[in-house]
Ligand binder design. Structure first.
Ligand code: SF4
Length: 85
């Protein structure tokens, strides 16, 4: 497979049409600035629960790593993405 930067733009996003989170509020996946503790843990738990049943989980997690996404839960993964780079 070609590196992401060499593929047509539409191919980079096509997996999102099958996303379990399609149409949901992004706030489920992104903590507001300053959110910590139980509130943040609960937000991430809720996001990971949805991601666990998503058929494009791997594509989503890979996209987040390749694009250097710093925030939010992608593919059931959040802060631990830093170890995948
Ligand atoms: S893995 Fe999670 S964040 Fe990624 S597309 Fe699926 S539901 Fe959305």
């Amino acid at each position: 497979m070609k590196p992401a930067r060499m593929r047509p733009i539409a191919a980079l996003w096509e997996w999102q049409t099958s996303a379990a989170c399609r149409g949901l509020e992004s706030a489920r996946f992104f903590s507001p600035s300053g959110e910590r503790g139980n509130a943040r843990a609960e937000r991430e738990r809720s996001a990971r629960e949805l991601c666990a049943g998503c058929i494009v989980r791997e594509e989503c997690a890979r996209f987040a790593v390749e694009s250097g996404e710093q925030h939010g839960v992608w593919g059931g993964v959040s802060r631990e993405r830093a170890t995948r780079r």
